[in-house]
Write a protein that binds this ligand. Structure first.
Ligand code: URA
Length: 206
């Protein structure tokens, strides 16, 4: 099973490498990495300078903070989880990814999520959050549970924002504590959700 997923991820990476119609081709491809069987998948926005150099996601200062939160709060190692970005090449000067760039990389992210098939998608920053939840506001919706069929999307502040603000860092730490609970209680939460959805469907019959 793990071997199958690794093979599928390798094939997907090669497919992206071969796609010469994608935007940002002047930068290196930074594909996702980590445990393909992880229950949680962290999704950032786009690689930065160090990620482009090393061709690995979240290896700069924001990545170091992410590693620390994964280790100290989730009690996991970075290698235990899967980490990727919506846009898989660095935009020039680290500018925000454009709508068109997000759209063009979308089919590849969709496939990556399908292969990993995580229980929880933890979005890092507003671009990643708005990819799944176009109307959400990061200051209001971080640390909340949003169901997508049988998966949870769990918006988190971007760790780079937490490096600039102690208040954001405090909220990010609190959200990681919630994420730990969500991970532990996922089977119960899903059962509850299924009953609620079923209950709502029944009600709609009347
Ligand atoms: N910021 C992101 O969104 N992704 C990275 O990989 C690094 C920094």
């Amino acid at each position: 099973m793990e071997e199958d997923k690794k093979q599928l991820l390798q094939e997907l990476k090669e497919k992206i490498e071969k796609d010469k119609n994608l935007p940002l081709l002047e930068s290196n491809l930074v594909f996702g990495e980590g445990n393909p069987n992880s229950f949680v998948m962290f999704i950032g926005e786009a690689p930065g300078f160090f990620e482009d150099q090393q061709k690995r996601p979240f290896v700069g200062r924001a990545g170091q903070l992410l590693n620390k939160l994964i280790e100290e709060i989730l009690n996991l190692k970075r290698e235990d989880v899967y980490i990727t970005n919506i846009v898989k090449r660095r935009p020039p000067e680290n500018r925000d990814p454009e709508e068109e760039e997000i759209k063009r990389y979308q089919p590849y992210l969709t496939e990556e999520i399908k292969i990993i098939d995580p229980q929880i998608i933890a979005t890092l920053g507003r671009f990643s959050m708005n990819y799944f939840l176009p109307n959400a506001k990061i200051s209001k919706d971080h640390g909340k549970i949003f169901w997508f069929k049988e998966k949870i999307v769990f918006p988190l502040y971007h760790p780079a924002a937490a490096l600039r603000s102690l208040e954001v860092l405090r909220d990010l730490k609190l959200d990681f504590q919630k994420l730990k609970i969500v991970l532990e209680k996922f089977p119960e939460l899903l059962e509850k959700r299924k009953k609620e959805v079923c209950f709502q469907t029944q009600k709609s019959l009347f």
